[in-house]
Structures are given as structure tokens and as C-alpha cells.
Design a protein around this ligand. Structure first.
Ligand SMILES: [Zn+2]
Length: 237
């Protein structure tokens, strides 16, 4: 139940960072009592978040049991929504054989697009997370760039694949993608602005904090809309 309910998505990554990607993880006990395996007490967390939740420092940072519960329930609701809107219509595709074959192909491609957008969105979300560290002056500029480059290396070609799929199969969605892309690009513009200042004597990254937050919110919102449109398309296929 916990496994299928959260589809191996980590409740904390989802709740804190809108990271919806599939993770290596485990079932965690909310009250940290291994003997209490009631469903209400269980949550799927990635290895990193599980460590964070179990360690003392997590308590000082204030990740409470109640918070995790809220994230878990939101995550399960989101997954149920996707199952309902994206996967079920595929099963229901019937009728005239040729027509249903066509729409089944289209649905398969839309599902591929959907998960491709999710992967891309997880990478961009990670970039924003790193950017927060930079503006909070918790990492140096060079460390930040290293982190961003290695993120790009982890996910080579995701962005190109996404653009290509849109070009070939879903040109009608290109505008929606462009909106999300513009919001994502704002992160590298901010980095450019910081780069100029970083080399000067007075560097105050914190002045960019609200810019980063705004761009991040705009990105998540436009990505959400983009995903909804794909889901809608599947429903109407
Ligand atoms: Zn996590």
C-alpha cells in the first residue's frame, strides 16, 4: 500500500522540493517506532531523506511528524490523480480498431512526454535548490557551478529529447513548454548576475533570494500547467 500509494516517490522530496522523481528508498516509521506498522504510521522516503528524518539534526531543523504526514497524503493524492487521468484512459481506449490503435500510440507518446517533463522538472528543481544555497552564501560560486554541471551530466540529453518529442509529435504544446522553459532560464540569468558581483568586493547574495523564489514558483506553476495539458490530451485522445 505504501509502496504503490507513493509509487516510490519520496514524500519529503515531493513536499519540500516538488521533486517527483522515482527514488531508491525505504518505508519509514513516522513515530520512529519499528514495531508500529499501522498504515497511518508509514511513509516512503528516499535514503537521504530517511536519514535526515531519523537523525537528531532533522528535529532541530523542525521536520515534524505532522509535516511528513501532510506531504505523504498530498503525494498519494497527486499519484492517484495521475493514475486516474493519464493511465486509466489508456486502458479504456477502445472502439474502432484502427482508431484505437492510433490513439493508443498517441497516448503512449504522451505518457513518455509526461515522464520526460517530470525528469526535466526534477533537474530544474535541483538547480533551484542549489541556487538557494548560493544566494544564502552557503556554497562558493565555483562549488555551485560544479554542482550544476554534474546535474547536467546526470541527465544528459533530457532537455533535447523533450524538445524533439514536442517538435515531432506535440507541436501544439510548444508554447506551454516555452513558458516553463523561460521560468527555468531565469535561474541561469540570476547566476550570471551573481557571477558579476561575486568577483567584486561586496557580495550580497541574499538580495537575490526573492528573485530565486519567484522564478522557482513560476517554474513550478508553469510545469504543473504543462503536465495538466498533457494529461488532458491523453483524456481526449
Ligand atoms: Zn527524499
Amino acid at each position: 500500500m505504501v509502496l504503490t500509494g507513493s509509487a516510490r516517490r519520496c514524500a519529503l522530496c515531493f513536499g519540500l522540493n516538488r521533486d517527483f522523481s522515482e527514488k531508491k528508498g525505504q518505508i519509514a516509521h513516522l513515530d520512529k517506532d519499528r514495531n508500529n506498522s499501522s498504515l497511518e504510521n508509514l511513509v516512503w522516503l528516499c535514503l537521504e531523506c530517511h536519514d535526515r528524518y531519523d537523525s537528531r539534526t532533522s528535529q532541530s531543523k523542525g521536520i515534524t511528524k505532522g509535516e511528513v504526514k501532510v506531504y505523504r497524503d498530498k503525494l498519494c493524492a497527486a499519484i492517484e490523480d495521475i493514475t486516474e487521468n493519464v493511465l486509466r484512459p489508456k486502458i479504456a481506449a477502445s472502439g474502432d480498431k484502427e482508431k484505437s490503435q492510433l490513439s493508443a500510440d498517441r497516448i503512449a507518446k504522451a505518457e513518455e512526454l509526461y515522464s520526460s517533463v517530470q525528469n526535466w522538472s526534477a533537474t530544474v528543481s535541483a538547480i533551484f535548490r542549489h541556487l538557494h544555497l548560493l544566494v544564502e552564501d552557503l556554497v562558493t560560486f565555483n562549488d555551485h557551478m560544479d554542482a550544476i554541471i554534474s546535474l547536467g551530466n546526470n541527465n544528459p540529453g533530457e532537455f533535447a529529447r523533450l524538445s524533439m518529442m514536442l517538435d515531432m509529435h506535440f507541436p501544439e504544446l510548444k508554447l506551454d513548454f516555452a513558458k516553463a522553459q523561460i521560468a527555468a532560464c531565469r535561474s541561469s540569468q540570476i547566476v550570471d548576475e551573481i557571477r558579476k558581483e561575486w568577483e567584486s568586493d561586496y557580495y550580497d547574495g541574499y538580495q537575490y533570494k526573492s528573485d530565486v523564489r519567484k522564478a522557482e514558483t513560476r517554474f513550478h506553476n508553469s510545469c504543473q500547467l504543462f503536465l495538466q495539458k498533457i494529461a488532458e490530451m491523453v483524456r481526449n485522445a
